[in-house]
Design a protein around this ligand. Structure first.
Ligand code: AMP
Length: 183
């Protein structure tokens, strides 16, 4: 199973991605987690991307695409994966399609997490991550609308919308049901 999770910041993608990948036995690949680990580890990549994470800006596509290409080995493709936080731009989606076509493993399903906008800021402020100040949150949300929301059209043929309001187990059950409808 090869799945993408798409949704605005604060939709609960990270939490659900962890649970769903465990349930489904597939690799969880979160570009945000990978970047944060590099920043914490003060690696060369971490030093390169820290300013983007701090500002809630997108890391340049070529950096992000190269990192994902490294993670999506043929073995990972065969075993299945769940991508969380990538792609975030049309150009990333196109790069991903080309990479997967090359590896002969296409995305089966795109889960679009849907949450009313007024709930998003509240959830993020409650989370309290370093990049969760109100100003940075608003910036990330504008970027989502401008850069990431067009992916919903790009993936229209594989898209399933999951209402992501409710408890964590409720949303997980809905997501698993949505995946079953696609199987
Ligand atoms: P996330 O954990 O998905 O909210 O990502 C945290 C931060 O990592 C984002 O605000 C970006 O700075 C960076 N990031 C994560 N994924 C991507 C991506 N696909 N493209 C560019 N930047 C990304």
């Amino acid at each position: 199973m090869r799945i993408l999770l798409v949704g605005p910041p604060g939709a609960g993608k990270g939490t659900q991605a962890t649970l769903l990948s465990e349930q489904l036995g597939v690799e969880h690949i979160s570009t945000g987690d990978i970047f944060r680990a590099h920043v914490e580890g003060e690696t060369e990549l971490g030093q390169q991307v820290k300013k983007y994470l701090d500002a809630g800006a997108l890391v340049p596509d070529e950096v992000t695409n190269a990192m994902v290409a490294q993670r999506l080995t043929e073995e990972v493709c065969r075993g299945g994966f769940l991508l969380d936080g990538f792609p975030r731009t049309l150009s990333q989606a196109e790069a991903l399609e080309a990479l997967l076509r090359n590896r002969d493993c296409e995305i089966d399903t795109v889960l679009a997490f849907d949450v009313p906008e007024e709930q998003l800021v509240q959830r993020l402020l409650a989370r309290g991550r370093a990049d969760d100040t109100e100003e940075v949150i608003r910036h990330r949300q504008r970027l989502y609308d401008r850069e990431t929301a067009p992916l919903l059209d790009f993936y229209a043929d594989r898209l399933v919308t999951v209402p992501a309001v409710g408890s964590v187990p409720e949303v997980m059950t809905r997501a698993l049901d949505a995946l079953r409808t696609r199987a």
